[in-house]
Ligand binder design. Structure first.
Ligand SMILES: *Cc1c(COP(=O)(O)O)cnc(C)c1O
Length: 360
């Protein structure tokens, strides 16, 4: 069986050797040596100075909204994972959807200004599939209207844009280290702030507001990463270069062998050092997509309709038609992109998809 993704598991003895340190310390959470070491290593690897490791990639979104004291309306994308929208609603704010760009699939920055009202407090956009938003235009809009900017950068491990880590854009960026992501700690994630002051606020928020054992600084919640999660991260990190190289090979294969006469691939923004985190293809219509999906499933290959459904159709938001996103959502399929996919497997996937689109 070939799934859309596969978790990279490091050699078990390497993982155990790191875990042993937690045993030796008799310390498995509350910011032990392993979490601290992982933060330092990730900060260096990514080139992101302010990092806080967290227990997943969703709480960071909620904490960012809280820390920036956002109220009212938050402009966001309909084309992302549900956590992007649910975090806004969970924090008592209202998501206002702005359509996406048909090629980049990120929020269409040229449509943001028209959605701004007196109630707008921020823009929460997703660097979807690791493809950066037009961050400069978004920053200019945010400055002009005094809005905060949060990036859901869950897909962006290792991505750089215009020579710096994509996590360094916006007021806060968040990442997910879920087992299905490019880099993982089983469950896990991170917060990245663009100032030290904001980093401090996020830090207190993620640990109950604790300032030492007996003192508190403001409201907090528990989003701490455990030592057990950090051990997985420390064991996976040395393999990241290999993983990224192998993923690029898969993407190159698809790019070379898929018939783009009738299919559309995502366009990666210029000046991006991409991480090849996903391989979305957009079919000409939903019927074609369903036919390809069925043909792949029959060969035990399971791509994923990612993202589906559009977040503008969730039952707890007010629905609004998004002409581009609504179409993309119905026609996009993410193809398997594993670090160890063989060429014969890739060939089979390409042949099946090309046959379906040729005969349509
Ligand atoms: C995976 C993901 C999240 C949530 O991350 P978790 O670690 O699963 O909580 C948020 N946003 C996007 C875009 C994601 O893909």
């Amino acid at each position: 069986m070939i799934n859309v993704t596969k978790t990279f598991l490091p050699p078990q003895e390497e993982y155990n050797a790191i875990l042993k340190r937690a045993w030796d310390n008799n310390w498995i959470t509350n910011r032990g040596a392993l979490v601290k070491e992982l933060e330092v290593k990730l900060s260096g690897y990514l080139g992101a100075p302010n990092i806080i490791a967290t227990t997943n990639g969703t709480l960071p979104l909620q904490i960012a909204i809280k820390a920036l004291e956002l109220k009212g309306e938050i402009i966001t994308t309909p084309f992302s994972y549900v956590a992007t929208t649910s975090s806004i609603v969970w924090e008592g704010c209202t998501p206002v959807f702005v359509d996406i760009h048909p090629d980049y699939l990120t929020i269409d920055e040229t449509k943001i200004e028209a959605a701004i009202t007196d109630e707008t407090s921020a823009i929460l956009a997703t660097h979807v599939f690791g493809n950066p938003c037009e961050v400069d235009a978004i920053e200019a809009i945010a400055k002009k209207y005094h809005l905060k900017v949060i990036y859901d950068a869950a897909h962006c491990f290792g991505v750089t844009y215009k020579g710096k880590s994509v996590f360094n854009y916006g007021d806060v960026s968040t990442c997910s280290f879920h087992a299905t992501k490019v880099f993982h700690t089983g469950e896990g994630g991170a917060l990245f702030a663009n100032t030290e002051e904001l980093n401090n606020t996020l830090f207190y928020h993620h640990n109950f507001g604790h300032k030492g054992a007996l003192d508190f600084q403001g409201l907090g919640i528990n989003a701490k990463m455990s030592e057990l999660q950090a051990a997985m991260g420390l064991a996976v990190l040395p393999y990241m270069e290999m993983i990224l190289v192998e993923r690029k090979k898969v993407v190159d294969f698809y790019n070379e062998h898929l018939d783009f006469f009738k299919l559309k691939a995502i366009k990666i923004r210029e000046n991006t050092n991409w991480n090849h985190s996903y391989y979305p293809v957009v079919f000409q219509n939903e019927k074609q997509l369903l036919k390809a999906e069925k043909a792949l499933n029959e060969q035990d290959i399971f791509p994923r309709r990612y993202f589906y459904p559009g977040l503008n159709t969730l039952d707890y938001v007010s629905h609004k038609t998004m002409p581009v996103s609504d179409i993309v959502v119905s026609q996009v399929l993410c193809l398997p992109i594993l670090f160890d996919l063989r060429n014969d497997e890739l060939s089979l996937i390409c042949t099946i998809i090309n046959n379906v689109s040729k005969n349509f």
